[in-house]
Design a protein around this ligand. Sequence first.
Ligand code: SAH
Ligand code: SF4
Length: 346
Amino acid sequence: MKTLRPIKDLSRGELAQWLQERGEPSYRLDQLEGWLYRHDVASFHDMTNLPKTFREVLLGEFCLFSLEEVAREEALDGTTKFLFSTLDGERVEAVLIPDRDRLTLCVSTQVGCRMGCRFCLTGRQGFRRNLTRGEMLDQVLLVRREVRDQGRELTNVVFMGMGEPLDNYEESLAALRVLISDKGLGFSHRKVTLSTVGLVPQVRRLAREGLDLTLALSLNATDDETRSLLMPINRRYSLEEVVAALRGYPLPPRKRFTLEYVVLEGVNHSPQDARRLARLVEGLRVKVNLIPFNPFPGAEFERPSEREVLEFQAQLRQLGLSTFIRQSRGQEISAACGLLRWRRGA
Ligand code: SAH
Ligand code: SF4
């Protein structure tokens, strides 16, 4: 049997060319993209303003979705973890996080991750493969459909699930462009965040893309020795280089970078860390998100007490840094930061 190509894996240009080769009128591209990204249809059959014969051509050539939901778990706080299967049987997770008037979806960009951060379960499990643009978009589209069925709307998308988005640069960027395009899902730039471990060449490249997304950097330590211990990538790109890449990034007026900082008991939250952090990012517009470490079996770190995290926050605030504590969401269903995993039954 012919394997059908997931249609959202095609770029706009490829889709346009495919349509042209079939002699379709030029307005067909917009029509088709409307169905793919803005309306929630479950099948090519439902694309009612396309000629029936053309819908049949689509059916013979493409599949509409590259993911299938296989499980869903909802935590007491409303956080919902969606487990999807890819066409080749890999497992991918996306997490829906309700917070006051916001409804944020945390999207995965790879199956596993190559970066090997020691405090991250995804990193500890190793790498399987990159996700395609269609697989990233389908996480958003399939969850959006559920959310819309409940009369709500997704407000934010964060590329902060499994994987390092800038280690899968082309596909992540392609998916982000569709997310924020009017011809795509139409999210505002401000509502889309990419979180990176700080791959310097890719951050510099991203700076030239002219996409004013929110950029989050996982800082996690304030000296190279500690950061290299926690995040092997720091041996390649030092703190200084990573921060220099941020300084070279064209931050739109009134926007700030997000610095994510996993607080590990006794490792990275001393008064000296607070001072070093402030010095490191002096003059940069940033907001700091402290994430108390989410433990997992076999982890070599511990979660700090609430008092310790509050103290670190107070020290950073005193140094003029706006600092927030990210409450762990959905912990009992392992939906919290760093607890996503691809292993079946793990
Ligand atoms: N690879 C990207 C995005 C995915 S990780 C990155 O590292 O930025 C998303 C966030 O989860 C990162 O800020 C990371 O530091 C944090 N994280 C990973 N493991 C964690 C854990 N066990 N507890 C708390 N936060 C964790
Ligand atoms: Fe990968 Fe991010 Fe986890 Fe590090 S923290 S291993 S970069 S997913």
